[in-house]
Design a protein around this ligand. Structure first.
Ligand code: BGC
Length: 749
């Protein structure tokens, strides 16, 4: 290379470096507030109402984009949305993941128009459901779903998942993620159970917060960070009949005890946006609930960020719920209840109605300024005014090996072993196995909904280089040692007879059952019991007398009570993500010692839904708490023993901190991780107190023979509860603390 070329290359690289280096936006809250104020002062009513309008990508597309047809933006529609309607936000894809390059094209086009061709140059806030990784960018690192991440009981892993998802989502040019789900999963039939971190307030808060920390860091404007969105505020996860988007009846006391604290935690962790409950609580639709959206969320929980509606839910106040007598009244009710942005999302009707309402004085200007101010603030916090375009530098590490390794680690820690008769697991790698069942050879069943498509069920679009469970088993012990017969589909016999016949050549059977993928309402079912065809397959295989290892892949605890006693071992995979096949094979053949614990109660009977923190009367006078497996349960290939549970004092003042220590020892022959779980029981209270409540957990790695002392700190927050007057209180009295089989009591003065 001659010197002139060399120096011009250098200049070019320097130029590129300057061009790519993100410009530092103002960071101080007061500076941002002032900028928001200044900008608001320049905006017309139309521009403000536009900011509050969010449309889906479909609205600005020529070709929607399906598995067979490439998506195409419609330039004229895009210009109309941004220049005529001044939309503040666009969301989603039609239904298929795009390549990272194509995302760059889309976002560049949108931001070019928004920032260069409009009067004030306000960037668009693009939002997406990157719920277990960057769902809608091809090749994204797809982690275990929330229910499985919760089964790791390892918030460091969740933080890492947040970090990586933020990196890959922002690398795609998208700065806003509709995640984490802070609803707690206390209704196992609900088809979105797997999107939650399980049934417990404390565990879900810890996992959600870890995600927020990882995804946002301490500065949203960093090039690899995204804004998170807590959803779906509040009570959505507890429909009485278990169907999606149906009523919950939750008294204010129980709402404050069980459903608000996870959101409160997420707000404290700094999430700047919240999405609203699509259904209703106590007869009031989420989108019309002034008490929840303003009195509690703003005035009590002190949430300062932006509240976005869920999909079409403002319209539904009229079309479905009939609390509004017209679509226009629906807009008024929702905005006045406290919603700042409408996920309209398929037209501009919200814009038209809100403009009319504002001009008529039916929605006051202060409310519009308040909402728009919150939206602009998030855009400024994200540094979008300075850096609205995708940072192509980030594409470099998209789905890199380190990310896949972190994903595999998360998947391994998420696997829950619930039965291991006579230590049949781990299996020797010299065995011949028969693999059968509908979840054995599909990637979709490892991932669940919101994977590449909304329903996650387009198996042919999955990355072929990833391993199904069958492929992972074949890699582990050699193809020649594995026979695969499908047996059944999810609900129909295919060749059960052949599977039974093939057992004769096998030393053991790996029976892979569970659920197909689903998401939201299409996932509704009316019976938790596993499909008959799958239970029949299990029963027939058992009759052969061969040892059977059951692997369940599922988004909710499908009942297997009928076959459970007949299985020699049971591995619950839930939805362990794209590396899940490898992770389960590692567990089955002893390359990984399982340490996942249940984040939910696994029911024994369809109507026996009693959760771990049940009230004393639920296990009294003939009532019985008798799940198949308890919350927190999970086996290991080694044995742990506990001793020396000690409290720093047996009597404390409410202002004191109580230190709890316990020794845990690995008594077995291999190293393993154990989740040390601390439970509190308030022995007497003016409101009946739960049997026990999780108040702390730590995952520790122990080598054979090793002992570690684990310590927890508790304060009055841990001892508090919602009293008869719906206020959080702390009552003096006796408490019991338990770690495994050890207990200690103390007195609160
Ligand atoms: C879901 C939300 C999601 C939104 C945008 C809705 O149907 O309830 O969880 O964020 O769609 O895709």
């Amino acid at each position: 290379m001659n010197n002139t070329i060399k120096s011009s290359a250098l200049i070019f690289i320097l130029f590129l470096a300057i061009a790519l280096k993100p410009i530092d936006p103002p960071k101080k809250s007061e500076e941002i507030d002032q900028r928001v104020k200044d900008l608001l002062a320049k905006m017309t009513l139309e521009e403000k109402v536009g900011q509050m309008t969010q449309v889906t990508l479909q609205v600005v597309s020529k070709v929607q984009g399906t598995r067979n047809q490439m998506h195409q933006l419609d330039d004229a529609k895009l210009e109309e949305a941004i220049k005529k309607y001044h939309v503040g936000s666009i969301l989603n894809v039609y239904d298929v993941a795009h390549s990272i390059e194509y995302w760059h094209e889309i976002i560049n086009k949108i931001q070019n128009i928004a920032t260069k061709e409009t009067r004030l140059g306000i960037p668009v806030l693009y939002g997406i459901d990157a719920i277990h990784g960057t769902t809608y960018t091809k090749g994204g690192t797809l982690f275990p779903q929330a229910i499985s991440m919760a089964a790791t009981w390892n918030s460091d892993l969740e933080k890492e998942a947040g970090k990586i998802t933020a990196y890959e989502t922002r690398a795609s040019g998208i700065p806003w993620n509709f995640y984490p789900v802070m609803d707690i999963g206390r209704q196992p039939l609900w088809p979105r159970l797997w999107e939650t971190f399980g049934e417990d307030v404390y565990l879900a808060s810890q996992m959600g917060n870890a995600y927020i920390e990882g995804a946002q860091g301490n500065d949203l404007s960093q090039p690899d960070k995204i804004a998170t969105c807590l959803k779906h505020y509040v009570g959505y996860s507890f429909p009485i009949n278990g169907l999606d988007r149906t009523p919950a009846w939750i008294s204010e006391r129980m709402l404050r005890e069980y459903f608000l604290p996870t959101f409160e935690a997420g707000i404290k962790a700094g999430s700047p946006t919240i999405m609203v409950n699509s259904a209703e609580v106590d007869g009031i639709p989420g989108h019309a609930n002034y008490h929840l959206l303003t009195e509690i969320l703003r005035n009590e929980l002190n949430f300062k960020g932006l509240v976005v509606s869920d999909w079409e839910d403002i319209k539904r106040l009229y079309t479905r719920d009939k609390v509004a007598t017209s679509p226009k009244e629906a807009v008024k009710i929702a905005v006045m209840a406290g919603i700042d942005m409408s996920m309209v999302p398929t037209d501009f009707s919200f814009y038209d109605y809100l403009l009319e309402l504002a001009n008529e004085g039916a929605v006051p200007m202060w409310r519009i300024d308040e909402a728009v101010g919150r939206i602009l603030k998030v855009k400024m916090q994200l540094g979008l005014f300075e850096n609205p375009f995708p940072n192509i530098e980030l594409a470099k590490h998209f789905a890199c090996k380190e990310f896949t390794d972190a994903n595999l680690e998360a998947a391994r820690e998420s696997i829950v072993l619930t039965k291991n008769e006579n230590n049949i697991l781990p299996l020797s790698k010299n065995l011949k196995v028969l693999v059968t069942g509908p979840t054995a050879n599909m990637l979709s069943v490892l991932n669940g909904g919101w994977t590449i498509t909304w329903q996650g069920n387009e198996e042919t679009l999955y990355p072929q280089e990833k391993n199904t469970l069958l492929e992972a088993i074949q890699n582990k012990i050699g193809k020649d040692n594995v026979t695969y017969i499908e047996g059944t589909s999810f609900d129909k016999d295919i060749n059960t007879k052949l599977a039974v016949a093939e057992t004769k050549n096998a030393d053991a059977v790996i029976l892979c059952l569970g659920e197909p993928t689903y998401c939201e309402t299409p996932g509704n079912i009316f019976d938790l019991t596993l499909n008959k065809a799958q239970l029949d397959l299990a029963n027939k295989i058992v009759e052969t007398g061969k040892p059977v290892i059951l692997v369940m892949l599922e988004g909710r605890p499908r009942l297997i009570t009928e076959i459970e006693p007949k299985m020699n071992a049971i591995v619950l995979g839930f939805l362990p993500g794209m590396e899940g096949g490898n992770a389960i094979a590692d567990v089955l053949f002893g390359d990984y010692n399982p340490n996942g614990k249940l984040p939910i109660t696994y029911p024994r009977y369809p109507n026996g839904i009693t959760l771990y923190d049940y009230k004393p009367m639920e296990d009294f006078d003939g009532n019985g708490y008798n799940p198949l497996w308890q919350f927190g349960y999970g086996l290991s290939y080694t044995k742990f023993s506990y001793s020396n549970l000690k409290l720093s004092s047996d009597e404390i003042d409410p202002s004191d901190e109580l230190t709890v220590t316990v020794d845990v020892k690995n008594d077995g022959k291999i190293s393993g991780k154990e989740v040390v779980q601390l439970y509190l029981t308030d022995l007497y209270g003016s409101v009946s107190r739960p049997n026990k409540q999780l108040k702390g957990f730590q995952k520790v790695l122990l080598n054979p023979g090793e002992t570690k002392t684990v310590s927890f700190k508790l304060n009055k927050d841990h001892f508090s509860f919602i009293g008869q007057d719906n206020k959080r209180i702390v009552e003096p009295g006796e408490f019991k603390l338990a770690v495994q089989n050890l207990t200690q009591t103390f007195r609160l003065k």
